[in-house]
Structures are given as C-alpha cells and as structure tokens.
Write a protein that binds this ligand. Structure first.
Ligand code: DX5
Ligand code: ZN
Length: 218
C-alpha cells in the first residue's frame, strides 16, 4: 500500500483549513507537518499550536516531522496537539533510543529521519522500535528543492536492512517527490511519499494525487 502525504509547508497559510480539507477530499492519506526551529535547519515554521489547529481541520493522521534541536523537549506537546506520528532526526538526538520510547509513551507512532549524508547504518539498532523511517531526499529546511539522485540507493539499502531483520517498518521519502521522480522512488522500496510543492503548486489536487499514486504503483 502506497501512501501520499501532502506537506502543508507549500500550502497557502492564509487558507490553511481549506487547503487541508482540499487535499483530504482529493485523496491524501496523511497530512505532513514540517516543524523547523531556525537552529537545526535554517528556516522557521510553526509549533504545536498550529498542529492543534490542523488536528481540528482533518480526520487524517498528522505526520509531524521535527527539524529541531533536542526534539525530546517537545514530544509531549506535539503528541498532545494531536500528532499521529512523530519523527525525529538521528542527527539531532543524543539518546535516540530513549527519544523513540518517549514518542511511543506519549501515544504517537515513532519514526526516525536520515539526512541525505547520514549513513543508513546509523539506525540499524533502533529500527525494531520504529514504525517508519523517513529518508530525506533533499537537505531539510525548504520546499521545492531538487531530488538528490543517490537517495534511490539509500532507500534500497534501507529496504534491504528492513527485510534482513524481518521487520515491516515503513519507508517514507521527503523532498523533491513529483510525478517525475515517484516511480523510481517507489520501485526502490518506499511506502509513504511526502509531496509539498508537487501537490500544493498544482492546479488540481485530486488529479495530482491520483497521478502520484498511480505512478507509485498503487
Ligand atoms: C523539507 C521538508 C519537506 C518539504 C518537501 O525540509 O521536510 O517536507 O515540504 O517539499 P517538496 O515536496 O516541495 O520538495
Ligand atoms: Zn518534511
């Protein structure tokens, strides 16, 4: 099962509720929310207050991607705000195993994120505790960047590691996902596809989401 997760980073924030309801009506599976602190990444976006507002606008799972330093400080706040999944960057966590446990204890599904230059090997011994791994296919911080080609090999390597361990961890991919790139990303073994500009900058959300799903192979 392939899942499409529109990233609200590229939505029109003056009409956030309508934008979320429009992608929900257009067939989105998850709503992806990019939290940035201007420290771990160069950009600043929003915090738990906005996630709480998103929660009121949709029944879909909210996928909270924390691009912040020391994310363990805010797990409880985002869980309380209504996050369904929470993922933290391996590069931002000194005690990754503990932070993953914190997410689960807070009642959300935990994921871990890998930056484009981080070895896939970094998550080998936390994999069995995760519901999903998010592979960054751009450097985090901004929407609308070009897909980094060697992300395909990283996704394939992660898929092999998950199979070797006999797990059913989902692989999510974030950055530069479009109708041009999604087929290859899916073939490498990805399950969940974050798409910001590809969806919100398109003129027909339903057609775009349907095209992405079809090209991902279902
Ligand atoms: C980037 C964010 C992404 C971003 C993707 O730091 O994590 O979720 O919204 O944007 P697109 O799909 O435009 O590459
Ligand atoms: Zn993201």
């Amino acid at each position: 099962m392939k899942l499409i997760a529109p990233s609200i980073l590229s939505a029109d924030f003056t009409r956030l509720k309508e934008e979320i309801q429009a992608v929900e009506a257009a067939g989105a599976d998850w709503i992806h929310a990019d939290v940035m602190d201007g420290h771990f990444v160069p950009n600043i976006t929003f915090g738990p207050m906005v996630v709480e507002a998103v929660r009121k606008a949709t029944a879909l799972p909210i996928d909270v991607h924390l691009m912040i330093t020391a994310p363990e400080r805010y797990i409880a706040d985002f869980a309380r705000a209504g996050a369904s999944t929470i993922c933290v960057h391996v590069e931002s966590c000194v005690h990754l195993n503990r932070t993953v446990q914190l997410i689960r204890d807070a009642g959300a599904r935990p994921g871990v994120v890998l930056n484009p230059a981080t070895p896939v090997e970094a998550i080998r011994w936390v994999l069995e505790y995760l519901d999903f791994v998010l592979v960054m296919s751009v450097n985090p911080g901004f929407g609308g960047q070009a897909f980094i080609p060697n992300s395909i090999a990283r996704i394939a390597a992660l898929r092999r590691m998950i199979s070797e361990k006999g797990l059913n961890t989902l692989i999510e991919v974030d950055g530069g996902v479009s109708t041009q790139t999604i087929a290859e990303i899916s073939a490498a073994g990805a399950d969940v596809f974050v798409a910001g500009s590809a969806i919100f900058k398109s003129s027909n959300y339903r057609q775009t989401i349907e095209a992405l799903r079809r090209m991902a192979g279902g």
